[in-house]
Design a protein around this ligand. Structure first.
Ligand code: ASP
Length: 437
């Protein structure tokens, strides 16, 4: 029997999203912004925290199960090389698309002087704060990136969700250890992780049932943050920055349409439409949580259950992707850098734009999969092309919305690459759509 459309989870999430949007606007107009911040926002925070709390055990369990089932460890290193290579290539394409769109649309040229000045004034302090964060990040050398992947202490690594690569590392080590002892001795540990894995997948299912409410609360909070009690001000600002946002959105859409559909053509027979139908809840969740890491459990579930990617592939490709692969973020960083330069009346040479390709690739690798990380790393891109970082003040006001859009693309990119890798490894099964979808 076919159930009613509004009973389907993805519709409920969309309805939650739209209602949250309306509530956010209404709250501003009715002077209920504080109520929304105090009582509705926490519901969203709880929802995100629920997802985050299972991220580390999920990655650990599914990767140990994945690696220990590989009878051939060379396969893992082959898959690893392939994964990172495809991630890098898609990221560079994303930046190139971003640069093309922003150079054609020239959104920076349309920004009114007044808005620029007032935004600069109101966000100046925030920018200084963020500059310090980026300063710390910037001091890391290339080799330190690798040093950081190896944790000193397992529990410390597991104690911080932003250390996902360290967890990936430990899980691979454990898996390799298990493969290299007699099967009989390794069995209890494998059984333990298999059972943990199943339990967590069940928990993801349960948490997702509350997604419509969580998404409602998150959306309402975002809109209230943007508008406060002054709807008029928000409208003026949003209109002024509309072109810039439009450039980012167009870039993101082009990237999905061109790069991912080419990826599918090259590596599998999957259609973009079916792909999206299968992973929709993960994309919507990326959109509403602005965090690829928080979305990871759902991305893994959809990719395995609905896209048919074997767990051996997904348990490796997805956690790594949620940490280092940020197509949406890199595209956004390219557009934002050029937009700020344009708004400040600076012309970027071809060499400078090429520098953007390299630094935005590096910056997006270093960007953590949490809300707002992309704009912090933007500082590195701006400094590389000598654009004043204070210019970030111009775009800070709309960043929350763009963060949502770029995170949705980041999540999509991870899932798309897992399909490509699975297909080349002969580990891609059939698409599966649930009855209630
Ligand atoms: N929020 C993004 C993510 O989690 C990162 C960013 O800020 O661009 O993927």
């Amino acid at each position: 029997m076919k159930s009613k459309w509004y009973k389907k989870l993805h519709w409920q999430i969309i309805i939650g999203l739209i209602l949250g949007l309306f509530w956010g606007l209404l709250a501003g107009a009715l002077g209920m912004a504080d109520f929304t911040s105090d009582y509705i926002r926490p519901v969203g925070t709880i929802f995100i925290d629920l997802l985050k709390v299972i991220a580390v055990p999920l990655v650990l369990a599914s990767l140990v199960v994945g690696v220990s089932s590989l009878n051939d460890i060379t396969r893992l290193s082959k898959m690893g090389g392939k994964t990172v290579a495809i991630y890098m290539v898609t990221t560079m394409f994303a930046i190139t698309i971003g640069l093309t769109v922003v150079n054609i649309m020239q959104p920076g040229a349309t920004l009114p002087e007044e808005t620029r000045a007032s935004l600069m004034e109101s966000y100046g302090e925030n920018v200084e704060g963020r500059d310090v964060d980026a300063g710390v990040l910037q001091e890391r050398t290339f080799m330190e990136f690798f040093v950081d992947i190896v944790p000193e202490n397992f529990f410390e690594a597991a104690g911080d969700n932003s250390n996902m690569l360290q967890i990936v590392f430990v899980a691979i080590l454990l898996g390799i250890g298990i493969v290299n002892i007699p099967a009989q001795k390794g069995a209890p540990l494998v059984n333990f992780f298999e059972s943990l894995n199943d339990v967590i997948i069940k928990i993801v299912d349960l948490i997702m049932k509350t997604a419509p409410y969580g998404v409602f609360a998150l959306m309402a909070a975002v809109i209230v943050d943007l508008t406060g009690d002054d709807l008029g001000q928000a409208v003026v600002l949003l209109r002024a920055l509309g072109w810039y946002c439009l450039a980012v959105i167009i870039g993101l859409i082009l990237h999905v349409l061109i790069v991912y559909s080419t990826l599918f053509k090259l590596f599998s027979k999957m259609k973009l439409r079916d792909f999206f139908k299968a992973i929709q809840p993960a994309v919507l969740l990326g959109f509403s949580t602005s965090s690829s890491l928080a979305t990871l459990p759902v991305t893994m579930e959809r990719v395995e259950k609905n896209l048919g990617v074997n767990e051996e592939v997904s348990s490796f490709v997805l956690p790594v992707g949620a940490t280092i692969n940020m197509d949406g973020t890199s595209l956004y960083q390219a557009i934002a850098a050029v937009f700020i330069a344009q708004a400040l009346g600076m012309d970027l040479s071809l060499a400078q734009q090429l520098t953007i390709v390299l630094t935005a690739t590096a910056a997006s690798i270093g960007t953590a999969g949490v809300p707002g990380a992309g704009i912090i790393m933007l500082v590195i891109v701006l400094q590389a092309v000598q654009v004043p970082i204070e210019g970030i003040a111009l775009i800070l006001g709309v960043d929350r919305i763009l963060d949502m859009a770029r995170t949705a693309v980041n999540v999509t990119g991870d899932a798309a690459v897992s399909v490509a890798v699975a297909s080349t490894e002969n580990m891609l099964g059939n698409l599966h759509f649930d009855d209630d979808e």
